[in-house]
Design a protein. Structure first.
Length: 109
């Protein structure tokens, strides 16, 4: 639902209208009143300004979610930057570092 909104780009906010946003995960609270939405820019990059713009647009997005899903309450949306892609890239670079290659090349005692 949110991904479709982001794909259409029907936002007045110029930061959101021009942004290519990917929703990587949505975590719901047990009572479904709060949703944590993990987002990242398509292709990577800093998400600080994007998260600020999403916070401003949260009431609009909440209303769109309420229109499309049948829940007793419209959930509050909290946006967070996705970090798993950056962490995976960091781990990948560590695994290919000369120190790790050296340690893996030595026989274990």
């Amino acid at each position: 639902m949110l991904a479709a909104l982001f794909e259409r780009g029907d936002f007045r906010d110029p930061e959101l209208a021009s942004a290519r946003i990917t929703v990587t995960e949505v975590r719901a609270s047990p009572d479904l009143r709060h949703m944590t939405v993990f987002v990242t820019r398509l292709g990577g990059g800093d998400t600080t300004a994007l998260l600020t713009a999403l916070k401003r647009a949260s009431p609009f997005l909440r209303a769109r979610v309420a229109e499309s899903v049948r829940l007793k309450f419209a959930p509050d949306l909290v946006f967070r930057g996705e970090t798993t892609i950056d962490q995976a890239a960091r781990i990948e670079s560590l695994l290919h570092s000369p120190n790790v290659a050296r340690d893996l090349g030595q026989p274990k005692d």
